[in-house]
Design a protein around this ligand. Structure first.
Ligand code: FAD
Length: 263
């Protein structure tokens, strides 16, 4: 698909927009954040005017051999309008166009991206929020928790490899601010990424808050399905769950950047 055709589908090129725009990004920082996460900071003309909501992502357009482009989506972990810079945090795994590009990214490298993308953002009709994810869901969960309105509360169950992959996030500031309870779940060699057991076990130990609650689930496709089933079995309505498969065990994501539906 040509870039022009893609923009016809997703939005306009450049400029301030709540719609997706095409940005010609340049890497200004890149390096390890934790043993398995890499952080990349990117800038572009016009990026300082980006309008986005916490939880949305950028779709990197990663060149492959020949003219082929593969899209890979990464959540906006942070946005600094003064520097016209966005930060993405990527969980490195074996190999793939996304992980390979991020692993090799250096200052001055260039890449196109389309964003902001994504419909999963903080729900205003909830005052209690439950975030469930593996490492691919960590940047979105932390970004959304940093954007919680005063008086709301959040619990997060976040599966990572080891304690060394735990990450800081900006805590609520005032007494009136949101309360957050982050529980890091460590695989520590006892399970593989994409195994639903650690998250399901932790979910069983969480008391679902009374009142308007919303759950956000972002992880491997099979894990997302099992968590959604567990949440509905616990009494949540479908409308109270925003669940999205971010990758699928054993299969590359499709060229549009998400797991293929029939994969
Ligand atoms: C909306 C959205 C937002 C996302 N945000 C983030 C983010 O902020 N940070 C982040 O790290 N990821 C994020 N992801 C997930 C990321 O896009 C996928 O992991 C993607 O598959 C990576 O592409 P790749 O080219 O590296 O691997 P692919 O070519 O897709 O896959 C190659 C192989 O690696 C395996 N694989 C893919 N991802 C993983 C993984 N995480 N762990 C173990 N094996 C894997 C596949 O099963 C396959 O066998 C997001 C996905 C979506 C849809």
């Amino acid at each position: 698909m040509t870039t022009d055709r893609l923009l016809d589908l997703v939005g306009v090129a450049g400029g301030p927009s709540a719609e997706a725009s095409l940005f010609h990004l340049e890497v200004i920082e890149a390096g390890p954040l934790t043993p398995t996460f890499h952080r990349v900071v990117l800038t572009a003309p016009g990026l300082g005017d980006l309008l986005y909501r916490a939880g949305q992502d950028l779709m990197l357009r990663i060149p492959q051999a020949g003219e082929r482009i593969v899209n890979r989506r990464y959540t906006i972990r942070d946005f600094d309008p003064a520097r016209a810079a966005v930060t993405i945090d990527v969980s490195l795994h074996g190999a793939g166009p996304g992980t390979d590009w991020v692993r090799g990214a250096g200052i001055g490298d260039r890449i196109d991206a389309i964003g902001p993308r994504g419909k999963v953002t903080l729900r205003e009709d909830a005052d209690r929020h439950l975030f469930v994810g593996d490492e691919t869901g960590v940047p979105g969960a932390l970004a959304m928790m940093e954007a919680l309105p005063p008086g709301s509360g959040a619990t997060a169950l976040l599966e990572i490899d080891t304690p060394a992959d735990e990450q800081d996030f900006r805590p609520p500031e005032a007494e009136t601010a949101a309360t957050v309870d982050v529980r890091w779940l460590h695989r520590a060699g006892r399970s593989e990424p994409g195994d639903p057991s650690p998250i399901l076990a932790a979910l069983g130990d969480v008391a679902l808050p009374a009142g308007p609650v919303h759950a956000y689930v972002a992880a491997e496709a099979g894990v997302v399905r099992r968590v959604r089933e567990a949440l509905t079995a616990r009494g949540l309505e479908e409308a109270q769950i925003s669940a999205k498969a971010y990758w699928r065990r054993g299969l590359p994501n499709a060229e549009h950047g998400e797991p293929a539906r029939d994969g």
